[in-house]
Design a protein around this ligand. Structure first.
Ligand code: TYM
Length: 330
């Protein structure tokens, strides 16, 4: 009997994948891979909530697929598919939108932020995006969903919608638990350390891309905003240093005490270089593997097609149950 629990998570293929994505989510996916039956998706349907250029979108999706494999998704044991290849996501999303309140979606802080940013294009898709996300998770009866802190509210909505559906009919969906690692759940911008590191930031110095070259990584960390003190310690009002310590800790598995001891008496300059080097050491092998994978499009296609078949089989089982319970004719 298979006793492993199911883990589901996804990421949008919207161009750059940042060190924030890596530390807050991807690294945890990889670390938890042996313990769970894992299902990962590239959430391309989510990406069109913001207008995409077709050619760039296609390229970004293939590159993100290769990059996630390069980060360590083990395609032998885990399923890793492209969301739009599994129609059940769109189908369940419509159904669940009829079990989600307008008021609930209006309270989503990410919707408020994004609609301000894209005030010329506030679509229904942007508004109902969390319902699609709930569908992603619930289709696979996921027990656990590793995400960064910014997705916590969407996870709460997912649980509420699932509980509502279960109580109207009979238990249908498993109620998923978020997995938000305390250290690194919110990596901050290198330029504005009170703001989340984000791939959509217009200033590329504010984020590290997983594909950044060593020289750029060093340059960006050297320019990172810190404070007027010069002691490497975790503390109030030291948001920039706290962020760099978090990054260093996640890259090296060292505790904050160990980091404070290591850099005691040394200045920020040396600390920043060490953070940069730790990041380079982690990203270089990923970049090498990425280049190798990207040159083998047939292999990538085989991986995402086989995964989509496996995902479709699981997703349709849940979707059929849902349709039957509601009263649709089989
Ligand atoms: P996305 O693509 O914006 O981000 C992917 C993952 O990266 C995390 N993350 C961060 N973690 C720490 N610090 C940061 N600065 C940072 N920036 C991003 C996010 O929390 C996320 O875990 N809606 C989701 C994708 C999605 C999904 C799902 C996730 C679609 N369906 C179902 C889980 C389950 C999104 O836009 O993530």
């Amino acid at each position: 009997m298979n006793e492993k629990k199911t883990l589901f998570s996804a990421i949008q293929p919207s161009g750059t994948i940042t060190l924030g994505n890596y530390i807050g989510a991807i690294k945890n996916w990889i670390d938890l891979q042996d313990k769970f039956d894992c299902i990962f998706a590239l959430a391309d349907l989510h990406t069109i909530t913001v207008r995409q250029d077709p050619k760039a979108f296609r390229k970004n999706t293939i590159e993100a697929y290769a990059l996630l494999l390069a980060c360590g998704i083990n395609i032998k044991d885990s399923i890793f598919f492209i969301q739009s290849h599994v129609p059940a996501h769109s189908q369940l999303s419509w159904v669940l939108s009829c079990y989600t309140q307008f008021g609930e979606l209006s309270r989503m802080t990410q919707f408020k932020d994004k609609s301000q940013k894209h005030s010329d294009n506030i679509t229904c898709g942007l508004f109902s995006y969390p319902v699609l996300m709930a569908s992603d998770i619930l289709l696979y009866q996921a027990d656990v969903v590793p995400v960064g802190a910014d997705q916590k509210q969407h996870l709460e909505l997912t649980r509420n919608v699932a509980e509502r559906f279960n109580s109207i009919y009979t238990p249908t969906f498993k109620i998923p638990e978020p997995y938000i690692h305390k250290n690194g759940a919110k990596i901050m911008s290198l330029q504005e350390p009170l703001k989340k590191m984000s791939k959509s930031d217009s200033n590329p110095n504010s984020y590290i891309s997983i594909l950044d070259k060593p020289d750029d990584i060093i340059k960006k960390f050297k320019r990172a905003i810190t404070d007027s003190e010069s002691s490497v310690r975790f503390g109030e009002g030291k948001d920039g240093i706290n962020n760099l310590m978090t990054i260093y800790s996640c890259m090296t598995n060292k505790s904050f005490d160990e980091i404070e001891n290591e850099f005691s008496g040394l200045g920020y300059g040396e600390f920043k270089l060490s953070v940069a080097q730790a990041v380079i050491d982690k990203l270089t092998p990923i970049q090498t593997k990425f280049t190798e994978l990207l040159s083998n499009k047939d292999y990538l296609e085989k991986c995402y097609k086989e995964s989509a078949e496996k995902a479709t089989y699981i997703a349709n089982k849940t979707l059929n149950k849902v349709m039957k319970k509601i009263g649709f004719i089989n």
